[in-house]
Every structure is written in structure tokens, then in C-alpha cells.
Design a binder for this molecule. Sequence first.
Ligand SMILES: [Zn+2]
Length: 123
Amino acid sequence: MLEGIRGYMMERVVIKYNMLHGSTDELCPRIRKRLEKEKEFARLCVSRQSHNMRCEVKMGAEGYIVDLTSKECSCGYWQLSGLPCCHAVSAISHLRKNPDDYVHPFLPSSECGGVLQGGAALS
Ligand SMILES: [Zn+2]
């Protein structure tokens, strides 16, 4: 049974490595998918610049304050996850910046392909 699990994990690492190796994206596919989902929700938001790198974002009846300098949103999602929430994405786009540049560097990037390659080599 353990041999089966080991074989499954080995194949999974190779599949993930091949998926990352062929990608030219700076973000790993899982993070890219989540960011694209936030971009879709950001279409429902209306942003207004209130200060240099600060915006007030309205989503329905709710209002949020987004600060791009400190990478914070009053909803708290950005600070907790490291990934800009839909409010932050709306504010970033309003200020004509790229949301990809505001993803926290601790989140997996395409550079983690090297880690997977090392793991596959050990098997
Ligand atoms: Zn938010």
C-alpha cells in the first residue's frame, strides 16, 4: 500500500513539474486561477481615488478602503492571504497598475518548479 502511495506522489510531482515547466507565467496556476476569480468580482466594484495610493471601493452597499502602499484592504482578505481581494484588484486597476505586482512574494510562483524538480530527482 505504501508503495502505491509513493508511486502516486511521484507521478503527481512530475505532472505538477511539467505543468509549471511549460508555463511562462510568473504566478503558479493555482494562484493565477484565484487572482482571475478576484478580477471577475472586481468588475462589480466601483473605485474612487481618495489619496495618492489609496482608494475607496464600493461593492453594492458596502464600502472598503484600499491602501496600495501598505497592501491593505479594510475587508482584511489581502492582509491574510497575500492575494489582492476583488476590492484591491478594482483599486489597483483604477490606478492603472498590474494586480500581479501586488501578490505577496511568499505565495508560490513559477520559481517553485525548481523545488519540484529537486523532489522528482530524489524519487
Ligand atoms: Zn477587500
